[in-house]
Design a binder for this molecule. Structure first.
Ligand SMILES: Nc1ncnc2c1ncn2[C@@H]1O[C@H](COP(=O)(O)OP(=O)(O)OP(=O)(O)O)[C@@H](O)[C@H]1O
Length: 698
């Protein structure tokens, strides 16, 4: 950065000297603009990396432009080329861009965009990229991202420059035609146009490739980052129980991140491209309209064509806006009704059995039909609106073809401009017009982008507050010497802060099987969550014997989609146990019928009955052999004899595991040595009472 600004400053001073010495009339403001840009680059050391790339690339462009201007003024560039040298105002335009980007870094919404973008660009992670001709190159992922964005900006600016150059080609070719100069015509076509066109194609290909590689790498990085933040340390669960601002995390991670990456790139580089196009072609229009008089009068209007073009573009955009404005709301509505329909279908898929049992298909069909009807209604409204809009835009685009001819023909007929210049005006006019229109019409994209940004920031906010709640939790689960698992002065609360359960002291002893009973809603499961360390609300200590492991089986186990092997070994890796061990665990858990189907890949949660799923979870525990096994009604779906068998198997196969169960059935007492009952006071506060009433184990 410092080197770049020093280089700019040196160039600025050199040009200053050149202009002071009167060297061939280098405009005085060029050195000043170099110095200003040097200052911006220098000051920009503290602006976000994303914006810094733009500032530096624009500074580099400024250098090229200044070099061309100075080269022409001092006679280094001679002959044919002097006509193509950009006017000094283009270099001033680059300085203005730099200043605008610097200013943007203070706009809050831009800062938010840059903060998310810089997660990627500032990444220190080591990575590799395959570069044609160079092979695999190692670099930081952030550096790779910066390099790709830098090259893409350069390509976009070069495309604008090529377009400018091609507009001169068009002028010269038509002038050759007008003069019936065949040699000049072929020269223009083959010597000038063909290489330029080849460069254009090569750049376009590189752009497509780089842009897509950038998008997917950037998205992959953000995807990993957000998954890590969301899944890390139970944050996802805390977000859900806190229930704030975190709806549809799946959509945030899959859809919103994709849209963010694509829109951030296209809006930033697209806007810069259009701005550069605008400045460059306005300069051409301005130069050509020098000395043009207002039609029918002798009043000279500087840059007449620029004003006409701006008025024409603004008129077109304004009418487009008037007709098209309702489309923003209609498109939002379309997204909403489509999402509703999708959600209804997904819900039906999840509850297909319940619907079939209730014979609810007709009701479902009607409900789905109604929802789809909303899609059709709104879609038709969009179609009618689009027809109105297209009627205008098609007419406008047709007019675009002839309007610049109508505007310039009078000047051509009186000999003020050549045919080539007229042709150049036509091209420049349409580019300026479309650049102006672009600025105003992207507001629909911007509205969508803003919504994506809002969703991502609320998601981040929800992650941050869940992390804060986790970090500040006074309910500590810690390892401690000793053999008992102890609860010290433990208060368990609900997310709103109200007290749910309190115990001064409660200890679970190794080898002693404990049954917890109590009325529904008294907080038994929540106490287990607190012991497992995932419930942050409350205070006090859960002290786990050093180096010992815990496993908690809930009533409804989680069965991932995949092979049976993955389901049984979850959350360990599928190869953590060999097939013999897994099949043995399944057989022990009274699931012999599936023990041979370890490679069967399906949605096991929908295939297995709840009782079978509970036995699969027991097989998991048999494999994991935890020191402490908490069973939260984990066998409630089994018949009593099978439940008894399962408890006996756990005792036999896991002799070193201490079992603590929650259950409502009286028969459970026979498999436990001790019973703790949750007593709920009138005020709603529960207290565990040690009954020591359970029958000794058989
Ligand atoms: N995320 C939450 N937000 C608010 N309240 C909650 C939340 N989770 C649990 N609760 C409340 O905490 C109380 C205790 O719930 P818990 O599941 O621990 O009871 P339980 O004794 O295990 O009940 P059951 O025997 O029916 O399983 C209930 O009133 C429940 O509504």
């Amino acid at each position: 950065m410092i080197k770049a600004s020093v280089a700019l400053a040196v160039v600025g001073l050199a040009v200053l000297l050149a202009s002071l010495s009167g060297a061939a009339g280098v405009p005085f403001y060029l050195p000043l603009s170099s110095l200003v840009l040097a200052g911006i680059v220098f000051a920009g050391r503290n602006i976000p990396t994303f914006l810094r790339i733009f500032v530096v690339m624009i500074a580099a462009t400024h250098l090229v432009l200044v070099a061309l201007v100075v080269g022409a003024a001092t006679g280094l560039i001679t002959g044919d080329y002097t006509g193509y040298v950009p006017p000094p105002s283009a270099a001033l335009g680059a300085t203005a861009f730099g200043a605008i980007i610097y200013g943007l870094s203070y706009v809050p919404v831009v800062r938010t965009i840059c903060r998310i973008t810089d997660l990627y660009l500032d990444s220190q992670a080591d990575s590799v990229i395959r570069i044609p001709f160079l092979g695999l190159v190692r670099a930081r992922e952030g550096t790779i991202g910066i390099a790709m964005i830098g090259i893409l900006i350069a390509i976009n600016l070069a495309q604008v420059a090529l377009n400018v150059r091609l507009s001169f080609f068009s002028r010269d070719m038509f002038n050759a035609l007008e003069a019936k100069d065949a040699a000049a015509f072929w020269y223009q076509l083959f010597v000038i146009f063909t290489p330029l066109a080849a460069v254009f194609v090569a750049m376009a290909l590189t752009e497509v490739l780089l842009q897509n590689v950038l998008s997917i790498r950037w998205r992959a990085f953000l995807n990993t980052y957000y998954l890590r933040e969301w899944l890390g340390d139970g944050t996802h669960y805390r977000m859900q129980i806190m229930g704030r601002g975190a709806d549809n995390p799946d959509q945030r991670i899959s859809e919103d991140l994709r849209k963010f990456v694509e829109s951030t790139y296209s809006l930033s580089v697209g806007l810069m491209n259009q701005a550069a196009t605008l400045v460059s072609f306005v300069a051409i229009l301005w130069t050509i309209s020098a000395g043009f008089t207002f039609p029918g009068t002798s009043v000279e209007v500087p840059g007449l064509l620029v004003w006409v073009c701006a008025a024409y573009a603004i008129l077109g955009t304004w009418v487009t806006h008037l007709i098209g404005r309702p489309l923003i709301a209609l498109n939002f509505e379309q997204e909403r009704v489509e999402a509703n329909y999708r959600f209804s279908l997904a819900r039906l898929r999840e509850y297909t059995e319940q619907v079939a049992l209730l014979s609810g298909e007709t009701a479902e069909r009607e409900g789905l039909g109604r929802r789809f009807g909303q899609i059709v209604d709104n879609y038709m409204r969009i179609v009618f609106r689009l027809i109105k809009l297209n009627t205008f835009t098609s007419a406008y685009f047709q007019a675009n073809v002839v309007v610049p001819y109508i505007l310039t023909a009078p000047y051509y007929f009186i000999g003020k401009i050549s045919l080539g210049q007229m042709q150049q005006v036509v091209g420049a006019f349409s580019r300026v017009e479309s650049a102006l229109t672009y600025f105003i019409t992207i507001y629909t994209t911007l509205a969508d982008y803003k919504a994506v940004l809002d969703r991502l920031t609320t998601f981040e906010g929800a992650i941050a507050s869940a992390q804060r709640v986790g970090g500040e939790s006074k309910l500590a689960v810690a390892e401690a010497p000793g053999r008992d698992l102890r609860l010290n002065d433990l208060d368990v609360r609900l997310p709103d802060g109200s007290a749910l359960m309190h115990t001064d002291e409660l200890a679970f002893h190794p080898g002693e099987r404990t049954l917890m009973t109590g009325p529904s809603g008294s907080g038994k499961s929540t106490l287990f969550r607190a012991i497992a360390g995932i419930w942050p609300f409350g205070e006090g200590q859960v002290l786990v014997p050093e180096g010992q492991t815990m496993m908690l089986l809930p009533q409804r186990p989680y069965i991932p989609i995949g092979t049976l092997r993955e389901a049984v070994t979850y959350p360990s890796r599928a190869d953590a146990y060999d097939d013999i061990q897994i099949a043995e665990a399944l057989r022990s858990a009274r699931l012999p019928q599936i023990a041979e189907r370890l490679d069967d890949d399906r949605n096991w949660a929908q295939t297995l009955s709840l009782g079978e799923q509970q036995r699969l979870a027991v097989a998991r525990a048999l494999l994991a052999k935890p020191d402490w096994l908490f069973l939260d009604e984990a066998t409630a779906a089994l018949d009593e004899p099978t439940e008894g068998e399962i408890y006996r198997i756990i005792k036999d196969k896991l002799p070193n595991t201490t079992v603590v169960s929650i259950g409502h059935r009286s028969t459970l007492a026979a498999y436990h040595d001790r019973r703790i009952d949750m007593k709920k006071s009138d005020g709603g506060l529960s207290t565990p009472v040690d009954l020591r009433q359970a029958e000794p184990a058989e």
